[in-house]
Write a protein that binds this ligand. Structure first.
Ligand code: COA
Ligand code: NAP
Length: 260
């Protein structure tokens, strides 16, 4: 499929863009002509992603960092902006997840996910503001169905991702007057990803998830990337503060997941 989005000459930065859904998003922006930066903790994953995302005329830039460390996030964004220019599209997708019953989850286990998903998201937004193209930048938070549908064994993720969507809505108020848009994308169950490996680890669990999706299939990273290309483009010029499920209808059907 060719939706012909053109990001030639645009700068795109993807936090968590070294694997899974976020790497698919980075791939799509590079294919559409963008210059890309990615960041995550693992140096090996960063190096591999940079090799994959680099074009001869536009080498990718990679940063090994933890989004829980605000200075590291700020340094990476400043370095990217100094070398490439202002950021036209920012994607905040770093996250952690594991299934755990609330009554057994340690406070530090809860905190680790909230720190990565929610505080990390704030750290990214806070540091990115000065480097965004104004007017014109588009910011995309990668949220999750847990933000809008309660899910057993996911109290930490539900709390964190609901907060992420409230960051999206609040910053839409603050940044709209400067011509910066910000939206959340809520991926459905995406096949072959770390997230699904953790929540639906075998074929029977996978089939159970598919039965709960009105469109009766798992999603692909490309499904999510296409929505991000749209939100990053001028086609979405009047969309801000939105929370967009890209999930085959999974959330409206309750996003059933048998984790108990
Ligand atoms: N069940 C219950 N608690 C768990 C857990 C699990 N499966 N995995 C980790 N924890 C707890 C740990 O026990 C620890 O708490 P404690 O100090 O009270 O024992 C706390 O979480 C932090 O663990 P740690 O391993 O130090 O965390 P980390 O910061 O190195 O890693 C995670 C963060 C736990 C989210 C890790 O799974 C991760 O890095 N995930 C990234 C990839 C991912 O989750 N991808 C899916 C996309 S959302
Ligand atoms: P993934 O491949 O594990 O992606 C997570 C990314 O975040 C990795 O690049 C990881 O790399 C990075 N990361 C994790 N902790 C970090 C930290 N503290 N600092 C910096 N980077 C960190 O998982 P995925 O399943 O594709 O998920 C991607 C996004 O989609 C997440 O936001 C997730 O919540 C969301 N989502 C996924 C699904 C699904 O079906 N998979 C459904 C709904 C929503 P490092 O390990 O190198 O840090």
């Amino acid at each position: 499929m060719n939706f012909s989005f053109d990001f030639s000459g645009k700068n795109v930065f993807v936090f968590g863009g070294t694997s899974g859904i976020n790497l698919g998003i980075a791939d799509a922006f590079v294919s559409a002509g963008a210059r890309i930066g990615v960041a995550s903790r693992s140096k090996d994953k960063v190096d591999t992603a940079v090799a994959r995302l680099s074009r001869r005329d536009a080498p990718a830039l990679g940063f090994s960092l933890d989004v829980r460390e605000p200075q590291a996030v700020a340094d990476a964004l400043a370095s990217f902006a100094q070398r490439q220019g202002k950021i036209d599209v920012l994607v905040s997708g770093a996250a952690g997840n594991f299934p755990a019953a609330a009554a057994k989850l340690s406070p530090n286990g809860f905190k680790s996910v909230v720190d990565i998903d929610l505080l990390g998201s704030f750290n990214v937004m806070r540091a990115a503001w000065e480097h965004l193209t104004k007017p014109g930048a588009s910011v995309i938070s990668i949220s999750a169905p847990q933000a809008i549908v309660p899910m057993a064994m996911q109290v930490h993720v539900c709390a964190a991702k609901a907060g992420v969507d409230m960051i999206t809505k609040t910053l839409a108020l603050e940044w709209g007057p400067e011509g910066v848009r910000i939206n959340s994308v809520i991926p459905g169950p995406i096949d072959g990803t770390e997230g699904m490996a953790r929540l639906a680890p075998d074929e029977s669990a996978r089939q159970g998830v598919i039965e709960g999706v009105p469109m009766r299939r798992m999603g692909t990273p490309q499904d999510i990337a296409d929505a991000c290309l749209f939100l990053g483009s001028d086609a979405a010029r009047y969309i801000t503060g939105a929370v967009l499920p890209v999930d085959g209808g999974w959330a409206v059907a309750g996003a059933r997941m048998n984790l108990a």
